[in-house]
Design a protein around this ligand. Structure first.
Ligand SMILES: Nc1nc2c(ncn2[C@@H]2O[C@H](COP(=O)(O)OP(=O)(O)OP(=O)(O)O)[C@@H](O)[C@H]2O)c(=O)[nH]1
Length: 528
């Protein structure tokens, strides 16, 4: 009887993941709750709670997300393997921070630092240092935050996760900008970009922040036109990544640039609209930054009364935030604690490294992975390239379907807007495709303005549904900033692999379907 119940439960969890991938969060939530209701084994509870916390967080229901994570961390704290515990504890620390429960967030980060050190997990140790630095920045103590970033940088060699290395740099660059150390910030951003290229990071959220910080530096150096251009790029990427926090920051930075360029009224209007959104989402740090920007705009316009009012509101929010953070605790003591943990971290790491040497060293593996990745990545769009596709198709055993996608009238984009804008359109399309396919599917640049999406399943209905989703995502994307006065659309040919098909049979069928989509008027999908 136990066996039947278990398979039914797992089925619910699979359905919940599926609903999450489809963006149906409420449904995913209900399925996960039913799964948890019937869960019996500790392992099932862990799986369910992890997904539940993620869903609450996505729905921006912080209190239930926190409660769920508190349960999960308490369950995991008993297990021997600390990796999952550390991941959950970090998520919890971030949720506390978003919910402005700074003291609890700090305690959670201290726990991550201490446990991370005791098991030789340098990534977790660095995460904790960054987490505390971010809390210090919340209360405008950027100088002290910088000590934590510097300490985290001193552990850089030991960090195994490429995105974490990038995030450390981005956080530190933002802090340097606050401290008005522009050349240092600029240099750090350039180095970060080189590392991102090497590591093959395509994340749109990373790119959005990268452009935003560059724009801030340019704005501070009165290069307003360049700043405005960079912000257009930042906006594209934040839109793609769907990060509310970054896109708000980009939005209000745009307003600062407009008011400095003399366009006060539109900037004020936009800032007031953002203010409403930010207040609804309960993001006090952004709110105080927006009041600061409004004060600047009113001041530049000559309306000093309103400027002063905004200034006072920003100040009042900051005072409230300060009340919530135990500054004395956050400062010296924390730093000392991390110093004490460092020798423990080193000892544990050495033990682990000795163990790893017996098999293969991690760095060797990482290097091989990186080399393999570079060989299979298209340098312009940073998605898989033709070489990857050829090898993957040749090795594929199971049945599958494939979409061949071609940009409509792309030559016109190059001719009317420049080859460089054409390149940016291709990059943007690659991101749109990557963000709109399922986890098991993959996208590659086939060559020129052609892309291939490889689907894990072979049925016609699903192939057409995916192709249609991608076609609509491209059609509905806001192209106005990149190619004003023009819409970008795609045509796609879909085909499924039959048992007797060779790869070239399949590609030929998809190509014929694409040809037919083009000749029936473009911006459509056909199947053969
Ligand atoms: N910017 C840029 N353009 C490229 C790249 N690769 C190919 N192209 C251009 O893509 C265009 C493809 O044009 P065509 O094959 O004539 O077709 P089209 O204009 O897209 O029109 P249809 O496919 O018939 O809808 C050519 O102008 C190529 O120069 C690239 O990497 N960057």
């Amino acid at each position: 009887m136990g066996g039947t119940a278990l398979s039914y439960d797992i089925d619910l969890l699979t359905q919940a993941h599926h609903a999450l991938n489809q963006g149906e969060l409420e449904q995913a939530l209900q399925l996960t709750q039913s799964f948890l209701h019937d869960a019996q084994e500790q392992h099932e509870h862990e799986l369910g709670l992890r997904l539940l916390a993620k869903l609450h967080f996505k729905l921006r229901d912080l209190s239930p997300a926190i409660k769920t994570l508190e349960k999960l961390t308490s369950l995991l704290s008993r297990s021997k393997n600390k990796h999952d515990y550390l991941i959950a504890q970090q998520f919890l620390a971030r949720c506390y921070e978003e919910d402005t429960r700074y003291q609890e967030s700090m305690l959670a980060w201290l726990e991550v630092g201490s446990v991370g050190a005791s098991v030789g997990d340098e990534d977790a140790f660095v995460e904790a240092l960054i987490g505390i630095a971010v809390l210090l920045e919340v209360v405008n103590d950027h100088k002290r935050a910088m000590r934590f970033y510097n300490k985290a940088q001193s552990h850089r060699e030991g960090i195994t996760s490429a995105p974490l290395k990038l995030r450390l740099n981005l956080c530190q660059a933002a802090c340097l900008i606050f401290l008005e150390q522009y050349p240092e910030a600029s240099e750090l951003l350039d180095r970060t970009e080189q590392e991102a290229v090497k590591a093959g990071v395509v994340d749109a959220g990373y790119r959005a922040e990268f452009y935003l910080y560059h724009a801030r530096i340019c704005r501070a150096q009165s290069k307003l036109d360049i700043a405005a251009n960079l912000l257009v790029k930042a906006q594209h990427h934040s839109q793609l990544a769907g990060y509310v926090w970054v896109s708000n920051k980009v939005q209000f930075e745009k307003c600062v640039v407009s008011t400095l360029s003399g366009k006060h009224d539109p900037a004020i209007e936009q800032l007031q609209a953002s203010l409403e959104q930010v207040q609804q989402a309960n993001l006090p740090i952004l709110e105080s930054e927006i009041y600061d920007a409004l004060s600047l705009a009113f001041g530049n316009k000559g309306d000093f009364q309103s400027a002063l009012e905004c200034e006072k509101k920003a100040h009042a929010i900051e005072v409230e935030l300060l009340k919530k953070v135990p500054i004395s605790e956050l400062g010296q003591n924390c730093f000392r604690r991390f110093k004490r943990w460092e020798p423990e971290l080193e000892t544990e790491k050495t033990k682990l490294e000795n163990l790893a040497l017996k098999t293969k060293t991690q760095s060797q593996k990482a290097m091989v992975n990186r080399l393999e990745r570079d060989v299979y990545i298209d340098p312009l769009t940073r998605i898989h390239n033709r070489r990857w596709l050829d090898i993957t198709l040749a090795e594929k055993q199971k049945s599958y379907a494939l979409l061949l996608i071609d940009v409509d009238h792309f030559k016109g984009v190059n001719d009317n807007y420049s080859h460089q804008i054409g390149d940016q359109v291709l990059q943007c399309l690659a991101s749109i495709f990557s963000h709109n396919i399922r986890q098991d599917d993959a996208v590659a640049r086939y060559g020129g303005e052609e892309f291939v999406v490889l689907l894990a399943v072979s049925d016609k209905a699903q192939a057409l549904e995916t192709a249609e989703r991608l076609r609509l995502a491209v059609q509905n994307y806001d192209w106005a900033d990149l190619v004003p006065g023009r819409n970008i659309t795609i045509s796609a040919g879909a085909a499924s692999k039959a048992d007797q098909d060779t790869v070239s049979d399949l590609l030929n069928r998809a190509d014929r379907a694409l040809y037919s989509a083009k000749h029936s008027g473009r911006n459509q999908v056909q199947y053969q």
